[in-house]
Ligand binder design. Structure first.
Ligand code: MG
Length: 386
């Protein structure tokens, strides 16, 4: 079977040097999974499939390990350290190609993963007649210009405007010379502006709506790897003994017995913590706070819950609601319910009406019925942070 027609030879620079802080979470967005693989890998694979050689990936200082892991066995790649700005990163990438200069180069942002071969073909075709070519889309909404930020200064003719995407394609020597000549204090919006300022004509080719930039957590949410909601459950039991304090949901109750355990033995908070850890697949409370570790002796369990909430946030989630059931014959929970809801809401950083605290007895049956211990079970629903 014949493959697709071969394209003219071209090099590529993929800019993946940003911190990607707008998506949320600690891992830069270009290394996070989107539709089953790291975001940057989609672009790199599309360019390699189309024949890009060499392909230079511009990465942030210290990101080589993340980048190599994300692009493992993609094909022959070169990693170069980018600059402080996107423009500086592109310049560094162009200079890295100077020793063995290619005829053509495509410059692409890692955050635009859905790159079709058709777009690459249109760009390379346009380079036969122009030193630069960019994919563009029409503007469909009407536009307002503002100088103040809150009132309209002017309208704009959308017919004359286009939305610009990447990759942007250039004859290599033309774009290198334009970048070297760019001495303005101002940062150029993109490479087409750099070449245009240097007198190079830029051809416009049809872009692709699917080539949109992945920017916010919501974009990640729309994938199987990053479901909009996750759910977890937790269960815990502690023994009731004399001579211990009784802590439930971070509230100290007056009672002749207390719960025994390594920490303050707050069985309710342990169940809630495990529910949140379960929702994000992050092990259980013992994984994070080993009971044989002396530093957690007598520890307030609220900090366990706060840590689980922090891990959930790092994973891109916030708590939607928590439903907790305490199982004991005594003491009575009802009189303390409001205080408990308030305490859990504060620890989980959500509204009290998203916290449910219920209590049941076991009709005198089993360990709870005999007053030997208290059990707690909890369910936590998490939703993608907005
Ligand atoms: Mg426990």
């Amino acid at each position: 079977m014949a493959g697709p027609p071969s394209l003219p030879a071209f090099a590529a620079i993929v800019v993946a040097a940003g911190a990607g802080a707008r998506v949320g979470g600690d891992t830069p967005k270009q290394y996070r999974n989107w539709r089953g693989k790291p975001l940057v890998r989609h672009s790199v694979e599309a360019l390699i499939d189309a024949g890009a050689s060499p392909l230079v990936v511009m990465i942030a200082e210290g990101a080589e390990q993340d980048a190599r892991a994300a692009l493992d066995r993609c094909g022959p790649l070169r990693f170069e350290t980018g600059g402080v700005t996107r423009q500086a990163s592109v310049r560094a990438g162009l200079e890295a190609l100077a020793r063995d200069p290619p005829k053509r180069v495509l410059i692409h942002d890692a955050a635009r993963p859905d790159l079709s071969r058709a777009v690459i073909e249109r760009l390379l075709e346009a380079l036969t007649a122009h030193p630069g070519a960019i994919p563009v889309l029409p503007v469909v909404d009407s536009l307002a210009v503002t100088d103040t930020g809150d009132t309209m200064s002017d309208g704009a003719e959308r017919e004359r405007l286009r939305r610009v995407q990447t990759p942007q394609a250039f004859r290599y020597h033309a774009i290198l010379a334009a970048h070297r000549a760019w001495h303005g204090e101002a940062t150029a919006g993109d490479d087409a502006q750099v070449l245009h300022a240097h007198g190079g004509e830029i051809a416009l080719v049809d872009g692709d709506e699917r080539l949109k930039k992945i920017t916010f957590a919501e974009d990640f949410m729309r994938t199987n790897d990053y479901p909009a909601t996750r759910i977890g459950q937790g269960f815990d039991v502690h023994r009731l003994v004399r001579g211990e304090e009784l802590w439930l949901c971070g509230v100290k109750l007056d009672y002749e017995f207390g719960l025994a355990g390594h920490s303050d033995a707050d069985v309710a908070l342990h169940a809630v913590t495990d529910a949140i850890l379960g929702a994000i697949g992050a092990g259980d409370i013992g994984t994070h706070f080993p009971p044989n570790d002396a530093q957690w002796g007598g520890a307030r369990s609220g900090q366990f819950l706060e840590h689980a909430v922090l891990l959930a946030r790092k994973a891109g989630y916030e708590i939607a609601n928590i439903d907790l059931t305490l199982i004991c014959e005594a003491p009575r929970i009802g009189p303390h319910r409001d205080a408990m809801r308030a305490a859990v809401a504060k620890l989980a950083q959500i509204d009290e009406d998203a916290i449910s605290i219920k209590a049941t007895t076991t009709e005198g049956l089993g360990f709870a019925g005999r007053g030997e211990g208290i059990a707690a079970q909890a369910i936590a629903m998490l939703q993608v942070r907005r």
